[in-house]
Ligand binder design. Sequence first.
Ligand SMILES: Nc1ncnc2c1ncn2[C@@H]1O[C@H](COP(=O)(O)OP(=O)(O)OP(=O)(O)O)[C@@H](O)[C@H]1O
Ligand SMILES: [Mg+2]
Length: 471
Amino acid sequence: MKPCLLIVDDDQGIRTQMKWALNSDYEIVLAEDRATAVESFKANSPSVTLLDLGLPPHPNSCEEGLAVLSDLLALDRQAKIIIISGQGEKNNAIEAVGSGAYDFLCKPVEIDELKLILRRCIYVVNLEREYRDMQQKLRADVFEEMLGASPQMQGVFAFVRKVAATDAPVLLLGESGTGKELAAMAIHRRSARKDGPFIAINCNAIPENLLESELFGHEKGAFTGAHVQRKGLMESAGSGSLFLDEIGELPPPIQVKLLRFLQEQRFQRVGGRQEIQIDTRIIAATNVDLKEAVTKGKFREDLYFRLAVVVIKLPPLRDRGEDAEVLAQEFLQQFAAQCDKTGLRFGSDAIRAIRRHSWPGNVRELQNRVKRAIIMAEGKRVTAGDLELSDSAELVPAATLKQARENVERELVEQALKKHSGRISAAATDLGISRPTLYELMDKLGIGRSDGASQSSGEARKEKSSEPQKM
Ligand SMILES: Nc1ncnc2c1ncn2[C@@H]1O[C@H](COP(=O)(O)OP(=O)(O)OP(=O)(O)O)[C@@H](O)[C@H]1O
Ligand SMILES: [Mg+2]
């Protein structure tokens, strides 16, 4: 597509001449005075405008031209306007550049010189556009401190936005280090409760006998050592949000109390009779299979259903396509700046290793490896070794040719599935085989159909053929 060029000149001869000279490289639109110039600028959003300063009703002064300049810049501060001034009016042209014009030419205009200036101007226009696009993309990839360009994470962001607007309890599921706490904070910050407190408690980190009073508070004399009345975290969270991490570890008596709170928004402090009413929002998280805990009788089913009104699953990092690389680059910038080691870059072996690794510890593992690598790196390049990752595929040692072939096949199939987040047709196209052949291959290699994208380390592979991994 040719860039659009607006030519504003009251002299029809000049307009026609310029049009013919520039027609092959630009989509030309013409205007002859202030009104048509503004109208055409609005209608065509030209990449560049050529503006004659001497326009009617004052063709012999620069007044009207400067007025057009300021009109157009008011419409778009980034507009690229090249001034064409009469002979001996260079000062006016310089004044125009001072007011925001991109450049100027004096009449008579040399077409070659004009073409050169235009090309340079279009180059700047394109650079600026690319920069804006990049900025916009970067903004789209960050959501409340969570970085994620993958469709999976964009889906999570969209879900969080919707859920934040409600008051419903939320259950966050996901492996360790996938960002459940960060998501909980995002929900809080995006909600109408954002000015209230966000209080987090790890249900597994507090001894059972203290947890109830920690959550619900106690009255004076409720137990030995309870010298004064104390409010619990539920009350402290008040009109904010309470984040119950590792909810699967909540002891049964406290499960009952939490269930009642979710049903009636009321509770009693330990040792108290008074009903306390609070409208705290509960956000819970776990990395264990809560449904299984329900089946085993460890977790109350009624509480599960109360909590799981809205469930958000944080996908494991290995299923987020290029996010591992994007996050690694971001962490490298952040941590390197903190360590006064700016200018560090990943070597190509490091990038390959980041792409191959299956990240069992998810984002937290990535953060830790990058932090360590920055300390270990010598010179300006971070290597796979600095990340303590292997650059080559970790192939299972093969005893026979058949086994070696299967190892390579498995490696390639798993890579393709990972790249396409488990989508069979896309992976088959990449591998140059048909879908049915890929299915056959997966069956032969014992790669589960729903979890093909999940793991690639040798250990994981051995497990996988017997039991598909859950996501
Ligand atoms: N999408 C992301 N963008 C940037 N940083 C992230 C992202 N997800 C997680 N992190 C960072 O990774 C670390 C682990 O995240 P977080 O504590 O939220 O995980 P988690 O799922 O709660 O883990 P666990 O189950 O072990 O408690 C934190 O330092 C967090 O800031
Ligand atoms: Mg956590």
